[in-house]
Design a protein around this ligand. Sequence first.
Ligand SMILES: C[S@@+](CC[C@H](N)C(=O)[O-])C[C@H]1O[C@@H](n2cnc3c(N)ncnc32)[C@H](O)[C@@H]1O
Length: 225
Amino acid sequence: MKKYLCLSNRLKAIANLVSGNVAADVGCDHAYLSIFLAMHKCDYVYATDVREKPLERAKENIKKYGVEDKIKLILTDGLSNVPPSVDTVIASGMGGKLIERIVFEQDWLKNKDKHLILQPQTFLMELRQKLYLNGYEIESEYPVIEFDKSYCIISARYSGCVRNISLKDAVIGRINDSNSKYASEFLMRRYKKYKKALDGLRISGLDKQKIDKYEKICNILSEWK
Ligand SMILES: C[S@@+](CC[C@H](N)C(=O)[O-])C[C@H]1O[C@@H](n2cnc3c(N)ncnc32)[C@H](O)[C@@H]1O
């Protein structure tokens, strides 16, 4: 049986945020995060995936690390069939729109005792906006940079306060409060991403509304260019 599991910086940062005892790892894939949590942090983990292949791999990995009694694998869409008794929900490495759907379709997450740890691969700005519009509050954010990739990990929970946040808050989020060594680099990379997209939009000249929006976003991020 294997005793040591070395996670990527991204998964390590996610695991560091977990303080509850019973977690759901949605879209677990290889289940490395679930295994790490079962070995070091949680009493029990529900690991879900919508595809059979990743769950087969996850099952083998779970056996390798001897944590079969602490992880339940569920073949399901999002959090369907996960008991509402879980105190921590992790959805990482998936698109922002998918994460939105997975979170907002579960009313039992509208509870301040449920901790959400979300790491969207796309639509970060939109996910921030939607969280507030649905009564969730972002408590903190952690940027992680690994090789050529940058990630933002959001820690959030339901507050019941529905808010429309400003474009600036949607673009920057709470990255600057993180005190992370990656904060400036993360925002600089966001600037570069939007600037590149803006340059492309300007060449085509078709979507004036989008050009206007991206100009505003680049303006907000220009402090880090
Ligand atoms: C790129 S992997 C991310 C794995 C892991 N969460 C991580 O952060 O490294 C995305 C996983 O999400 C799964 N997935 C996609 N849509 C899903 C859904 N609706 N419900 C559950 N899992 C889903 C995919 O099958 C895939 O295994």
